[in-house]
Design a protein around this ligand. Structure first.
Ligand code: PRP
Length: 208
């Protein structure tokens, strides 16, 4: 019996499959052209493909032994380490930042913050002693200030093009983001050799 590996569908999946293949783990059929969500892989391993925000859940509860998802998702899932973060895969590097309309400055008054990252934002604004009202959004965060829904946003910034196209400028960096490998606490012990082997092989692949 190999490892059950939870993968974040979308961009992260696309980028991490070649790394896993270089580490000797490949799905037995083409993941991209299938509607299936569970895939047998070489070495007796198994991939399960899901939304990023579900990856930490599967790994915490042991429904997956390991998972690959973004640091942003891991931070938003919660601060208490309920799984081990073992490796930075170095993919998808970007920043979680605050942003607001170009030329505007933060006043002292109450602030409305539009974001997908409600937990991370709450912790961040508490840490700087700033009282804010958090406005949860599912996507297209960048339009919230233009539409008068929020004074500022907390979102992922990569090239900065989306901010620029919507008249916003990046302000403070909350966290540096990249794709991480996380491991279930029990699996770290009960499947020690398999987990260690995966971590060390992937580490070599990433370093190469
Ligand atoms: C992310 C993020 C920003 C954009 C930033 O969205 O939410 O909107 O990328 O990238 P940029 O700085 O290079 O413009 P993504 O495309 O991942 O889609 P999402 O809205 O589903 O998060």
């Amino acid at each position: 019996m190999g490892l059950t590996i939870a993968l974040n569908r979308g961009r992260i999946l696309k980028e991490c499959l070649p790394l896993l293949a270089a580490a000797g783990i490949e799905p037995l059929e083409d993941i991209h052209s299938s509607r299936k969500l569970v895939f047998e892989a070489t070495g007796g391993h198994r991939f399960i493909v899901m939304r990023g925000s579900d990856v930490p859940t599967y790994v915490e509860y042991g429904a997956a032994d390991v998972g690959i998802t973004g640091k942003d998702t891991i931070l938003e899932y919660g601060q208490g380490a309920r799984f081990y973060e073992r490796l930075d895969l170095g993919l998808g590097r970007c920043k979680l930042m605050t942003a607001m309309p170009e030329g505007e400055e933060l006043g002292d008054g109450p602030l409305r913050v539009g974001t997908k990252f409600v937990n991370v934002s709450r912790t961040y604004f508490e840490s700087i002693n700033r009282h804010v009202t958090l406005i949860p959004l599912a996507g297209a965060i960048e339009i919230a200030p233009i539409m008068g829904l929020a004074d500022l946003i907390v979102d992922i910034v990569d090239t900065g093009n989306t901010l620029k196209a919507n008249g916003l400028s990046a302000r403070e960096t909350i966290a540096d983001i990249s794709t991480r490998l996380i491991v279930n606490r029990a699996a770290q012990k009960t499947k020690f050799d398999l987990v260690q082997n995966l971590v060390s092989t992937l580490r070599e692949v990433v370093a190469a």
